[in-house]
Design a protein around this ligand. Structure first.
Ligand SMILES: Cc1cc2nc3c(=O)[nH]c(=O)nc-3n(C[C@H](O)[C@H](O)[C@H](O)COP(=O)(O)OP(=O)(O)OC[C@H]3O[C@@H](n4cnc5c(N)ncnc54)[C@H](O)[C@@H]3O)c2cc1C
Length: 420
């Protein structure tokens, strides 16, 4: 039987970052698909460059950014000051909604403002939905925060943990909101972002270069793990490992490792992404737009062409679905028609001609972070670690995070193992 010190399950950005950092050449990445990169894939079609969904990067660690960007070449990576907006009541409102209620129709602005002063925060919120009402009041929550997040997460927001979006949630208190009426300060965690000319896959290649090709086994899913014997079975062989690092969705890891778990603890959404290429330019400057209104099928769209100044509208469009919804080819075709109609109603597509399109379903896309999932993940990760199996990454840790967070987490684990 083959043996490796480190068996890395999943060839996304997280395990590529682990492979770069670990002090061992005795490792094997098993990746189910025919290329590494996971969700950071790029599609190049008819002159358009699209990711699996808009993947824009906000680095907080300069050494990580330098490692990636120096390889790609500074001239090939654009740093952009974000222009993100909300489409509401036939207007463009600056993001975040809660700090720009003065841009709403007058009566709606008053409702939101009064709502802020009617907040009842005497007790701590129990869940995400309660948190929204307690922090932002009824006007803002009913108009944007609740419908937008329900479209995205495709679930009842009261099932989610208070902190379900972590640092990605744009908090603002009443004082900040009121001051923003005159002195706009809409800065958030991603006030600027970077994007490579060749798409997100460029970042993957920049980190993959540290791992020899013969340490990567493509088209080789791990199907079963025996945690006690430390043996993994793939579609091709059995491999004995010293340490396994898994980035596959956590409930899947529990299943293939034979660990009992209550399936209802884990839920998530699916995101259907359309990449659409048109024959001419659409709205200028804006990078992405949020759509809270329930009669619009998508919750967010973004414009690649406004990042590199291209002269044809090149968009991604995201639609949220519950995990148990089967999305057939027919559903996708119908959804694309509805998306195009909605884009016309919103004035984004006028007499444009659609010249290229592509779609992908991300499953899971946004995991539902609940009190139950947090407790179960913590307990079972600890248990697996006693067998030398570590679960990391966005889906391995069953969390909400960015690719930079994935790299930081992978490096921290490698450093811990290097020094043990
Ligand atoms: C809609 C959306 C938008 C996003 N936008 C951004 C953004 O703008 N900026 C940002 O920084 N991040 C963004 N992210 C997050 C980013 O995509 C993830 O953080 C990152 O891709 C996670 O990398 P990973 O390696 O942990 O997991 P993945 O990319 O999921 O990689 C896991 C790999 O495991 C493989 N695999 C699965 N099962 C098996 C098996 N049994 N055996 C072997 N291999 C297996 C998969 O094929 C995959 O290649 C976004 C995510 C989504 C869903």
């Amino acid at each position: 039987m083959e043996q490796v010190d480190y068996l890395l399950i999943g060839g996304g950005i997280t395990n590529l970052a682990f492979a770069e950092r670990i002090d061992s050449q005795d490792l094997l990445i098993c990746e189910a698909l025919d290329d590494v990169g996971g969700y950071c894939q790029t599609v190049k079609q008819d002159g358009f460059v699209w990711d699996y969904s808009g993947h824009f990067f906000h680095f907080r660690h300069k050494e990580i950014e330098d490692m990636l960007v120096d390889f790609i070449g500074r001239d090939n990576v654009r740093t952009v000051t974000k222009d993100s907006r909300i489409r509401y009541a036939d207007r463009w409102i600056d993001f975040p909604f809660q700090k720009n209620i003065h841009q709403l129709p007058y009566d709606e602005f008053l409702d939101c403002l009064v709502g802020l002063y009617e907040i009842d925060d005497a007790t701590d919120p129990d869940n995400f939905k309660q948190m929204l009402y307690q922090k932002f009041g009824k006007g803002i929550s009913d108009r944007f925060l609740v419908p937008y997040n329900e479209k995205l997460y495709a679930t009842d927001l009261s099932s989610l943990d208070v902190d379900a979006m972590g640092r990605f949630f744009p908090y603002a208190d009443v004082k900040e909101i009121v001051l923003n009426f005159r002195r706009a300060n809409n800065a958030s965690y991603n006030a600027t972002f970077t994007y490579p000319r060749g798409g997100a896959i460029e970042y993957v290649r920049a980190i993959q270069r540290f791992t020899p090709d013969d340490c990567i086994a493509l088209n080789e899913p791990v199907l079963e793990i025996d945690p006690v014997k430390k043996i993994a079975r793939t579609n091709k062989r059995e491999i004995k490992f010293g340490v396994a690092v898994s980035t596959i969705p956590f409930p899947k890891l529990l299943e293939i490792s034979g660990l009992d778990h209550d399936r209802s603890t884990y839920s998530w959404n699916k995101v259907l992404v359309f990449n659409l290429g048109f024959d001419k330019k659409g709205p200028e400057h804006v990078h992405w737009v949020y759509f809270p209104e329930r009669d619009v099928s998508f919750y967010r769209i973004g414009f690649y062409d406004n990042i590199f100044g291209a002269d044809r509208m090149s968009m991604y469009v995201e639609l949220g679905y519950p995990a148990d919804k089967d999305i057939t080819e027919n559903d996708i075709a119908l959804a694309r028609e509805k998306v195009l109609d909605d884009l016309k109603r919103q004035g984004i597509v006028t007499d444009h001609k659609l010249v290229s399109h592509h779609s992908i379903v991300l499953d899971p896309a946004y995991v539902h972070i609940t009190q139950g999932s947090i407790a179960d993940v913590t307990q079972k990760k600890d248990l697996l670690a006693t067998h030398g199996i570590y679960s990391i990454g966005r889906y391995g840790s069953w969390t909400y995070c960015s690719i930079e967070d994935n790299i930081v987490e992978a490096r921290a684990l490698a450093d811990q193992l290097n020094s043990s």
